[in-house]
Design a protein around this ligand. Structure first.
Ligand SMILES: NC(=O)c1ccc[n+]([C@@H]2O[C@H](COP(=O)([O-])OP(=O)(O)OC[C@H]3O[C@@H](n4cnc5c(N)ncnc54)[C@H](OP(=O)(O)O)[C@@H]3O)[C@@H](O)[C@H]2O)c1
Length: 320
């Protein structure tokens, strides 16, 4: 997969299509989408406009989408993908990943205020249904997202025909995931970092939380490399670690500059400074699903953590 892709979570309707067009004009050849983001139809329209101009064709672009949590039962997997294909106006996606290992429906919310979870279906059965999508020619590769190392290894052991090719998990200098990435590299899985810039627009941001792109250490490194932005420094770090990344932006100048990361190189000393920035800060815990047995980040929850109620005013697309 191309090392830099455009992220589209939280990209609002009315801006997503334009962002996709600017990205493709700027050189991006990879788009990260999901039916949960509720903007795939606008991406599909934008792609049709781009193809109509004749500069690019479908096979020039690597499109990744995701199987949503409520559709893990084997009989639901193909229908979930087909909705995505209809919205994106394409016959196939290049990568289709299981969005989260835990199965839950967002609505209805249970009487106790928690999400409904399906404890009888399991991601290994889902994986076998995903394998059939490859045979049907609807997806080129299949992969995982938000799985922890044990869960990835479990899928690898259970795979009948196709191994997971991609793992998309949160990763940035404040959450470096070194063990997980080493495991992926050793077992032939391409790691793709989500929230690679620290997800400034995350809906649950709290005052006083660290803001990666404001970090003075990144500013200092950028200044030494001819005024590179902190985002460019961070994206360069991802590339030099051998991981792919999908920064999100709907701001044309940022979309363009986030792709201008192939004309400079961080020194070993720069890489060491970035390496020291790790503090295990995970922004996307989604702890309202932590009651599910397959919830992946149990070890990251605080001691005595109490599962919060599902937020009643949360729309399907404002979480992921
Ligand atoms: N599998 C999953 O569960 C999962 C979870 C989270 C994310 N993802 C994927 O990963 C993508 C990226 O993650 P993310 O959206 O959480 O966060 P991100 O890419 O780390 O950060 C996005 C934020 O950074 C801003 N930004 C982008 N470029 C910038 C620059 N050069 N200078 C300053 N600010 C900049 C954006 O603002 P503007 O848009 O206003 O320019 C936006 O507020 C998502 O969009 C999605 O495709 C997947």
């Amino acid at each position: 997969m191309p090392v830099i892709g455009l992220g589209t979570w939280k990209s609002p309707l009315g801006k997503t299509g334009a962002a996709v067009k600017v990205a493709l004009e700027s050189g991006y050849r990879c788009l990260d989408t999901a039916n949960d983001y509720a903007n795939e139809a606008e991406i599909g329209e934008a792609l049709q406009d781009v193809f109509a101009k004749g500069d690019l064709k479908r096979s020039d672009i690597f499109i990744q989408s995701k199987l949503w949590n409520s559709n893990h039962r084997p009989e639901h997997v193909r229908a979930d993908l087909e909705a995505t294909l209809r919205d994106l106006q394409t016959d196939y996606v290049d990568s289709f990943v299981i969005h989260w290992p835990q199965v839950c429906t967002m609505f209805p919310i249970e009487a106790d205020g928690k999400y409904s979870s399906d404890n009888e279906s399991h991601y290994v059965d889902t994986w076998h249904a995903m394998e059939e999508l490859v045979d049907a020619g609807l997806v080129r590769t299949i992969g995982l997202s938000n799985f922890n190392r044990r869960q990835v290894a479990e899928v690898q052991a259970a795979a009948r025909k196709y191994q997971p090719t991609i793992l998309q998990n949160e990763c940035h200098p404040y959450l470096q995931n070194k063990d997980l990435i080493d495991f992926c590299q050793r077992t032939g899985v391409q790691f793709q970092s989500y929230s690679p810039l620290g997800s400034y627009d995350r809906p649950w941001a709290q005052p006083g939380e660290p803001e990666l792109l404001e970090d003075p250490r990144l500013k200092e490194i950028g200044a030494r490399h001819g005024n590179k932005t902190t985002a460019q420094v961070v994206l360069r770090w991802h590339i030099q670690r051998g991981t792919a990344a999908c920064p999100k932006s709907v701001t044309p100048a940022r979309i363009e500059s986030n792709f201008q990361v192939f004309d400079f190189e961080l020194t070993p000393e720069d890489m060491a400074v970035l390496s020291d920035m790790n503090m295990g800060w995970r922004h996307l815990l989604w702890d309202a699903t932590a009651m599910h047995p397959d919830y992946p980040f149990k070890d990251d929850l605080p001691h005595d953590h109490v599962v919060p109620d599902a937020p009643m005013n949360t729309s399907h697309s404002s979480r992921n």
